[in-house]
Structure formats: structure tokens, C-alpha cells
Design a protein around this ligand. Structure first.
Ligand code: CP
Length: 305
């Protein structure tokens, strides 16, 4: 494994290896194999969790970190992303984590770059967010042991969500019973995916669910600003304590990739109680999963620049 671009490009075995390594990092049994290697964080879109947890993961691994300032780089003078990354490689950077609003841009630039720098997708447009899906999977395994045959319901703006797409890709590999719930205009329909169930109605979608993953409405990716109407969305799709108690499985796990919009897709009360704490544990697990990703990609490797 040299890059992490999307979930469909990695095998079940590679996923299991990352999860097992993340467990070892979390328990402190595993030491870094990538000390003194250099990581550049290239975030062209805002981020709290992904950026900070990659930075903390790299620190814990004893790596050097370059926080590339996209707004003050020579890209503004017309330098291409390919040339920027090739220069970073010759400066001694071993790997880049890129977040960008354009879907597929990381695949494109990776094909153009001629030197063996490692690429990690930190979220590209509506395409993929593989490290998020891996940390979500890690958290599910920690809480429910296995996802095989478990009802996992994703509620929200599925069509614009790279998190949903990466989770669908990963959970399909491990035999989960996947349910997607959204108003029709936010629904993602993939005719190729046979084990997915589609819902408009939230009570039916979460009925008996072992995991309910809530997504934010991604207004910044909508063509029509202000649509959908947030009060209408809240009325039909907000997840709260009462809904989970009445319809979901008894020990349901509530997940959210963040950032959460309180009292729109999920109630503030639910976020602040014991059930909502899993969302913070997801963020925490992100550090160990990202340590495992960086260690896997960079182990035994030499920047020969
Ligand atoms: N889940 C996630 O990608 O959060 P950030 O946008 O804060 O990185």
C-alpha cells in the first residue's frame, strides 16, 4: 500500500491490517517505524478533526510536520499542484495529506507527479474520505464487535457526502446491512450496490438499527443556496433521544463524522448525553487510525531526493 485515495482501491486484508495496527497504537504496544519522516498537510478546505488528528498522529509517530499554508503558497502565482508537490518531495517531504473541494483531484495529480511521494486523501469534494471511513469502522468494531449482518443506517445528505460514500464502500466489503435515509433530492442511488436499502422516512430507516450515522446537510456543496429549508429538514430528519429509544436497537451506537449542526440533523440533548459521547470517541480513534495509515504507507521507505 503506497497511497490512500479511496476505500475501493484497498483490500479487506489491508483494511484489517490498518485496524489491527491502530489497536496496537492505541494500547501503546506498537512503536513508530517512521520517525523523522516528513509529512505535509495540504488543506485547501477547512477542517478541524482530519487536520488536527493527522498532525497529532504524525507527532506521536515522531515525524516532522509541514503545515502547508495553501492561501499563502506559490499556487497563487500560478504554480500547479503537481509542481508544488514535486518541489515538496525534493525538499524532503515523504507524504502529503490533501483536502480539496474538487472530487478526484488527488487521483489526477497523483498520476502527474513523477516522484515516489505518498498521497493520502483527506477528503476530496463529494468523492471520498477514506481515513474517516476507517476510523468509523474502527469505532464500530470497538462498540459492536463486527458489522456483518448488522443494520447500519446513514441519515442525511448522502448525495453530497464523501463520508457516506467511503463508508458504503467499506461496509459493503464486510457484509453490513446498509440503509440510507434522505429526502429524495439528497439521496445517493447506486444501482451497482446490491445490499443497500433506500428510505425517505426516518422511523422506518432506523427501525432496529445497530448503528445510526448522522450526516450534516452540506449547504456549501448545494447548487441552490438555502435549500433544503433547515426547519423543514429538522422536522423530518432530526435524530433525537426519543426517536432512538422508540425505534432503534436497544444498544444503538450514534455516530457523526462532524462537524455537527446542533438541533438540525441531531438534537443538542442527544449530543451531550452518554449516547452522543461515541462521536467524540470517533474523533479520538481517528488519531490511532491515522497513525496506522501513516506507519503503513511510510514504513521501510526512503526519500531518495
Ligand atoms: N469529519 C471531518 O472530516 O471533519 P473535519 O472537516 O473537521 O476534518
Amino acid at each position: 500500500m503506497k497511497h490512500l485515495i479511496d476505500i475501493k482501491s484497498i483490500s479487506k486484508e489491508e483494511i484489517e491490517n490498518i485496524i489491527n495496527l491502530a489497536k496496537e497504537f492505541k494500547t501503546g504496544r506498537k512503536k513508530s517505524d517512521v520517525e523523522k519522516k516528513t509529512l505535509s498537510l495540504m488543506f485547501y478546505e477547512n477542517s478541524t478533526r482530519t487536520r488536527c488528528s493527522f498532525e497529532i498522529a504524525a507527532q506521536k509517530l515522531g515525524m516532522n510536520i509541514i503545515n502547508f499554508d495553501a492561501n499563502h503558497s506559490s499556487l497563487s502565482k500560478g504554480e500547479s499542484l503537481k509542481d508544488t508537490i514535486e518541489n515538496l518531495y525534493f525538499l524532503g517531504v515523504d507524504a502529503v495529506v490533501i483536502r480539496h473541494s474538487l472530487s478526484g483531484i488527488i487521483n489526477n495529480v497523483m498520476r502527474l507527479v513523477k516522484y515516489p511521494i505518498h498521497f493520502v486523501n483527506g477528503g476530496d469534494g463529494t468523492h471520498a474520505h477514506p481515513s474517516q471511513a476507517l476510523l468509523d469502522y474502527y469505532t464500530m468494531l470497538e462498540k459492536i464487535g463486527s458489522v456483518e449482518g448488522k443494520k447500519i443506517t446513514i441519515v442525511g445528505d448522502v448525495s453530497h457526502s464523501r463520508v457516506a460514500k467511503s463508508n458504503i464502500s467499506l461496509l459493503s466489503k464486510f457484509g453490513a446491512d446498509i440503509h440510507l435515509c434522505a429526502p429524495t433530492y439528497l439521496q445517493f442511488e447506486n444501482e451497482q450496490a446490491f445490499n443497500i436499502h433506500y428510505h425517505n422516512e426516518v422511523k422506518e430507516a432506523i427501525d432496529g438499527s445497530n448503528v445510526v450515522m448522522v450526516l450534516r446537510v452540506q449547504n456549501e456543496r448545494h447548487e441552490k443556496e438555502g435549500y433544503p429549508d433547515s426547519s423543514e429538514y429538522k422536522r423530518l430528519y432530526e435524530i433525537d433521544t426519543e426517536l432512538l429509544r422508540k425505534y432503534a436497537a436497544k444498544d444503538v451506537i450514534l455516530m457523526h463524522p462532524g462537524p455537527a449542526n446542533r438541533n438540525i440533523e441531531v438534537s443538542s440533548e442527544l449530543l451531550d448525553n452518554q449516547v452522543g459521547k461515541t462521536i467524540l470517541e470517533q474523533a479520538q480513534n481517528g488519531v490511532y487510525v491515522r497513525m496506522a495509515i501513516l506507519n503503513t504507507l511510510l514504513k521501510g521507505d526512503n526519500n531518495a531526493s
